[in-house]
Design a protein around this ligand. Structure first.
Ligand code: OAD
Length: 233
């Protein structure tokens, strides 16, 4: 086995579940109350912008009441102490990795706490509502939308992510069902390029058999245990 120096970590909704943020699929999952096509596509936004904006306003407000859990803080510790390259690629639009203290984080599906002006293409930190159509702080057009990636749109930072995957000695997937591409394909990409692959999840994900190793359990337990083990060398 080659020495581990460069690490890519993919996280999904499962890492924030114990902070009280609903996952997308499964019992209690977000999409049970709202059909994906009603809230998370450009077509839905064109059809009923108020419904979509209100839905995201509700989510934006909710995440600000949540706190990072032991899995977020363990990854932040790894980020601070790992001497090699490390990249946390999250599909999550919450800010719990950052509030947990992690720095090397990319949000491939965007961020709840940012608004994007589709008129002047500027992005702004945003914690309040968007449903009342506030003006863009830069151009004043009332064309702000949540800066989140909807189905049918291209995820962010893909060049940087694939570059990191090419260099990775270890790819770790945490709390994601493996249902949504391109993130669901990262394990295969990393493995083909020679990385060791590890899954940390509550239950086997859809792509579980693609990993060299799976450790099952709640993120707040399995992630800190794995980080301790890795840092102990
Ligand atoms: P999912 O809801 O599809 O999957 C969450 C995964 O987390 C499942 O495999 C659960 O078993 C696992 N899980 C639940 N609780 C856990 C816990 N306490 N500890 C560890 N694992 C736990 O969420 P994602 O895979 O993140 O995309 O979904 C991927 C994308 O689908 C999202 O980013 C979103 C959604 O549509 C967009 O919005 C573009």
């Amino acid at each position: 086995m080659r020495e581990i120096r460069n690490i890519v970590i993919l996280t999904g909704a499962g890492i924030s579940a114990e902070s009280g943020i609903d996952t997308f699929r499964g019992a209690g999952g977000l999409w049970e109350n709202h059909r994906v096509e009603d809230v998370a596509t450009p077509e839905a936004f064109a059809r009923d912008p108020q419904l979509v904006l209100r839905f995201y306003d509700m989510r934006r407000e909710a995440i600000q009441t949540k706190e990072p859990n032991a899995a977020h803080t363990a990854l932040a510790r790894l980020d601070a102490e790992w001497p090699g390259e490390l990249l946390i690629v999250t599909q999550n639009v919450d800010d719990l990795h950052e509030r947990g203290g992690a720095r090397r984080v990319l949000h491939m599906h965007g961020e709840h706490l940012k608004a994007w002006c589709t008129w002047c293409d500027s992005r702004h930190a945003w914690s309040g509502p968007l449903a009342d159509c506030p003006p863009c702080p830069k151009c004043e057009a009332r064309s702000l939308r949540p800066d989140v990636v909807w189905f049918g749109e291209v995820p962010y930072h893909m060049d940087r992510i694939y570059r990191a995957l090419r260099e990775a000695d270890l790819f770790v997937s945490i709390g994601t069902s493996g249902a949504v591409y391109p993130a669901a394909g990262f394990v295969q990409n990393a493995r083909e390029l020679g990385a060791r692959t590890l899954e940390l999840n509550l239950e086997p994900s859809q792509g579980s058999r693609l990993f060299h190793e799976s450790r099952l359990g709640p993120a707040s337990e399995v992630v800190p245990a794995w980080v301790d083990e890795l840092l102990a060398g």
